[in-house]
Design a protein around this ligand. Sequence first.
Ligand code: GLN
Length: 309
Amino acid sequence: MAILGFMDLQALLDDLAREAAPFAARGKVADYIPALAVVDPTCFGIALATTDGQVFGSGHWRVPFSIQSISKAFSLALVLARDGEALWRRVGREPSGNPFNSLVQLEYEKGIPRNPFINAGALILIDRLLSLTGDSLGTLQAFLRAESANPAVGIDQEVAASEAEHGHRNAALAHFMASCGNLENPVDQVLDHYFRQCSLAMSCGDLAKAGLFLANHGLRADGSRLLTRSEAKRTNSIMLTCGTYDTAGDFAYRVGLPGKSGVGGGIVAVLPERGVLCVWSPALDPHGNSVAGVEALDRFTTRTGWSVF
Ligand code: GLN
């Protein structure tokens, strides 16, 4: 795309890596999943995949990390592609204003999660994808491998085991939704797919490429259509309003792009029609978003003017 040509994107990413990486000192690596606590907090990677097929990267942009809740953006797309609007009978699409693993709101709202990106909502996505495909994780993994052109995308078994061992809150959310009649599959099966999905390991480069369909109005890397233009718009909209949990307002204010974060320290952000950015820095703010990652995205959109606003 011509507009990209005017800027030295490689130099920009190198500058952002240098400037933003030190902000990690203000955050803390997630430790409620013990296997995530051992990750080196000084790692920093940033990648930009463009809709015209270029990939730029700086820092540890080729190093795989735990994608965690970034996976939920892809799950939403895969469910919308198969099930359309039917999903919204079982999950809302309003920002939660609460932490991603909060229990209290779910009870008030009778087992209907506020949105698909808090943990309860993601469990609904997985439950539905299980019913639709018989293998939620396998469907997601195949999609991510194809879009990133990386057949090595797979699960970090140590993280998966750690997630399962310490997944009591997620189990509570799933059981509560089952008690409300909002799960179609056995709780243990849904949780198993959830824990393993969160434990998929991918690099910034992989994730930026895998997200390109969101910048391309729903078209996949091979030119086939995953989402209608309207469904792609809706997925991006929910990323903007709910993708960073109870800091979605602040993220929109600072970055001005649809984004999805994960407690592994990654954030994917969509530049409609231009490309997809992915940043990774494991130290998190108290809400579970990468401190240096948000800083880098803020600087990127401030410097380029490339936001949705
Ligand atoms: N696996 C994590 C959890 O269930 C995902 C949370 C996240 O990345 N925000 O708590």
